[in-house]
Design a protein around this ligand. Structure first.
Ligand SMILES: NC(=O)c1ccc[n+]([C@@H]2O[C@H](COP(=O)([O-])OP(=O)(O)OC[C@H]3O[C@@H](n4cnc5c(N)ncnc54)[C@H](OP(=O)(O)O)[C@@H]3O)[C@@H](O)[C@H]2O)c1
Length: 364
């Protein structure tokens, strides 16, 4: 390996094999920074892409949508970031595509956020994609096919606490996306914040801001009555942070006519439930560089460090440790990039409020 080369994880083809390969370290364009990736967070989309070829323009492909590391070079015109800064960023599907299953990534400086001192790079690498899913989902404009609920974000005047006394129901609160939805809902003032989860995650989700936890093992058909037992107000805002076909349909029944439902995967709601057009379904696509999402994405990145630094948005794993009810909810995968295939199998088999993190510089 020359000093201009780096290790990366290639996937040969749809449902193909993984291998660690050498590629060139990218040249920097204007406005970009070169990040030495110290930590890469894994997401369910990483194994979807290999299994289903979703969002893969060509093979062999490099996946990975979350990274954190140290800036080692800045391109022309970069004013907000300096060499030595600890930063985090999300990958993007927008050409030129940026992946994170590698050791060095060149990324537009507008879409990296400094990591505050209270957060480690391992923790930071679990934040960007799912935080953006929650933020774009709640605060990006309503539009088709991808958009958000169009709420006023907390970084705009009047956004903080704006939805006081308005209930919100967040299905699957212990997903990584759900944990950030709960925290943004709290900043926006929603009350009550009702979520579903396994019972063992109840205390944890309450520490994030959820006010009521419904056991997610109850039949989904009884979800509307379980919500009604907590509040008699109509549910104008709902979010489904897992969005299986079953949960989307159940959450559609929870939302009142005239209300809005956020979903995080493609829409699978029965046509008859949407007849009359009374319910708006927002399907978020959390690529902050996607042209229509860009304005909200830029605003999020301009505010992300402050939200984390002030502790208004917490990384769940830190709170978990503080509560001492569960072990640390980040697991470091051994063998760097070479450990990813096994870790993605673990992710596919199901985890509970746990993020898997890889350290690319430890790749043998
Ligand atoms: N649209 C986008 O751009 C975008 C971006 C990122 C993610 N996503 C999607 O967002 C979803 C969540 O991703 P994630 O990374 O946050 O997931 P994750 O952290 O891997 O989710 C794990 C959690 O899911 C919960 N869970 C699993 N099945 C459930 C069900 N049927 N009902 C309720 N909770 C369930 C479990 O909760 P308990 O432990 O409490 O049982 C577990 O803690 C996925 O569908 C993913 O594809 C979409």
């Amino acid at each position: 390996m020359t000093s201009k080369q780096q290790k990366t994880l290639f996937c040969s083809n749809i449902q193909g094999t993984y291998s660690v390969e050498l590629i060139d370290v990218p040249e920097l364009g204007p406005g970009e920074v070169l990040v030495e990736l110290q930590a890469v967070g894994l997401n369910p989309i990483d194994w979807f892409m290999r299994e289903r070829g979703l969002f893969v323009p060509k093979w062999p492909a490099i996946f990975g949508l979350d990274g954190a590391g140290v800036v080692i070079k800045v391109g022309e015109g970069v004013a907000n970031i300096e060499v030595g800064d600890r930063v985090m960023h999300a990958g993007t599907m927008v050409e030129p595509k940026i992946s994170t299953f590698l050791q060095y990534a060149a990324i537009k400086a507008d879409f990296v956020a400094k990591v505050p001192d209270n957060i480690s790079l391992d923790e930071a690498s679990t934040i960007p994609l799912v935080l953006a899913t929650a933020a774009l989902g709640l605060y990006d404009s309503k539009r088709s096919p991808h958009g958000g609920l169009g709420l006023t974000p907390p970084w705009e005047k009047g956004g903080r606490g704006k939805y006081a006394d308005e209930p919100i129901v967040i299905n699957a609160g212990s997903t990584s996306v759900g944990q950030f939805l709960i925290q943004f809902a709290k900043i926006s003032g929603f009350s009550p914040i009702i979520t579903t989860a396994s019972r063992h995650n109840e205390e944890y989700l309450k520490s994030l801001g959820a006010t009521h936890i419904i056991d997610r093992t109850i039949p989904l058909s009884s979800l509307p009555s379980a919500v009604h037992a907590i509040t008699e107000k109509p549910i104008v805002y709902g979010a489904d942070a897992i969005s299986t076909a079953e949960t989307q349909n159940a959450m559609c029944d929870v939302v009142a006519p005239g209300g809005d439902l956020l979903i995080v995967t493609h829409k699978r709601i029965a046509k008859e439930k949407l007849e009359g057009g009374e319910k708006h379904i927002a399907w978020v696509f959390a690529d902050v560089q996607y042209p229509s999402a860009r304005p909200c994405g830029l605003a999020l990145y301009a505010n992300m460090t402050g939200l984390l630094e002030r502790g208004e948005i917490k990384v769940g794993h830190i709170i978990r440790q503080a509560l001492s009810t569960q072990p640390n909810r980040i697991k470091i995968v051994s063998s760097g990039l070479a450990g990813i295939p096994g870790a993605l199998d673990t992710l596919k088999s199901g985890v509970s409020a746990l993020k898997l993190v890889v350290r690319p510089q430890e790749t043998p």
